[in-house]
Design a protein around this ligand. Sequence first.
Ligand code: E4P
Length: 318
Amino acid sequence: MGIILKNMPFNHLGREAMKIFLDTADLDEIKLACSWGVIDGVTTNPSLIKKAVMKRGGKVTMEEYIKEILRITPGPVSLEVIGLTAEKMVEQAKMLYRKFSPYGQPVIKIPINPSFGDENNMFDGLKAIRQLSRDGIPVNATLIMSPEQAILAAKAGATYASPFAGRIDDYIREQLGMKRGVHFQKSDYFDFSLIGKLAENNLSRIISSKNADSLSELYTDEEIVSATRLGNDNGIRSGVDLVRSIVKIFRNYGYKTQVIASSIRNARQVREMAEVGADIVTMPLYVLKQMIQHYKTLEGIKAFTADIVPSYAELFGE
Ligand code: E4P
């Protein structure tokens, strides 16, 4: 007998199906997307809040506004703290959780490393995550840019870890001398397999131009070493690769922390995140809209509509 999946949170593999979160603080967007019935949660950050406030001409009563987001959203809503020390973050997280829990499911976003470069507070995010997790407050460890940071977030007990895929793609492209707005747009798909091939060709060209006597001479050659750094970030080849690595590590050790693929820029990236097993993908509204569209679907619906014969239309009373 087949397994009935309807209304079951787990699929036949015993894992929850991938969830879709909306990455916005715009109430109108949240209302609209939730009315489509595919949204499982919302993620916000201070920049997204700023955008939403500006859209309303600065006229937002923040507490009421956030309550409304929580009431509408059928799942977790990530709200970020603004403090940069563990003490402040824990205090703010508790305030947010206490204030907004009656209205929905707040999750507290804590930056994995809140330091501006100062060594003194670079572990404060982790300390806050550990404390809040022990207190039973769900945490979304944010601004994760490497698997190493994700491992620490999981060890500290974060409920969610948010790797910023699009920003890693930006970084890799920028290292190659590509400028956003000039050589690529924010929503452009990052073809990491093409970049990988180009980087490999470049490396082969450099290696073959050398007259080295030994492998160690080639291995330590500065030009070769810097060429190996192109097209990747410390071995991570793209934002999707970052998420793939984190998902693999978490599954290797049974970490319960769920991976929220974040900083998503286009629909193809969503598909690739699903392929690598992200638990959740959080995306802006325009990406959700991209997901539903296909030129052949448009062509098909037009053709089917044009082919409706009167006797078939009569069935529907038309
Ligand atoms: C994640 O939770 C962040 O809000 C978000 O995904 C960042 O995306 P951006 O890089 O497009 O700003």
